[in-house]
Design a binder for this molecule. Sequence first.
Ligand code: SF4
Length: 241
Amino acid sequence: MKQSRQAGGERQIRFTHASRRESAGPSAPFSGQANEPGPDCPLCPRLKDFRDANRAQHPHWFNAPVPSFGPVDAQLLIVGLAPGLQGANRTGRPFTGDFAGDLLYGTLTDLGFAEGVFEARPDDSLRLIDCRITNAVRCVPPQNKPLPVEIKTCRTFMQAAVEEMPRLRAIVMLGRVSHDTTLKMLGLRAADAPFKHGAEHQAGAIRLFDSYHCSRYNTNTGVLTPQMFRAVFARVRDYLG
Ligand code: SF4
């Protein structure tokens, strides 16, 4: 994905499909449908090994790249970091099964971006409204810490998720890793859009919103309060109308 400057100085995002792969199969990177990685995506050897170990230890868990959640015609995309080991990696839905989902889905429901009852399992009645969620890295990393090369490699799938959203107008980036990889995907310089909770940036027709990640660590330490988190999504709601 690249940016160019138009006559009026406005940045225009141009999507390129050079990295898109059409292959499919058990170990193909793409699943062949909906631009999602295949269940055995082999592109990050360390994460593949971790996936295999988790499959052996917990055969009833999801243990695969976690797909994006929510309608592709949404105006809002939320970009998280990576699946939690006993959260999305276990249940197969982003922010489902660990603490971060309680705050995220409660906030989204309060502001009209979700409806139904969040019960921390993928077959609950929760439904996203005009909102979609993806992760910067689709596979669970050891200690919840993806390597830079893994973030870069999986950016292919984040780009694919963005490209298939024709009405996209806003992206909420949860945490610095999400912020940095989203900027790179959009061709923005970090110096032009420094990370700060509550900051907003413009990338062509897309408004970017920064937030601290809604992890238990951030909320337990007071780095992020529910009020601070809600304020970001209230701004998004105002922006989208
Ligand atoms: S993190 Fe992304 S690129 Fe890496 S193995 Fe998983 S799905 Fe493939």
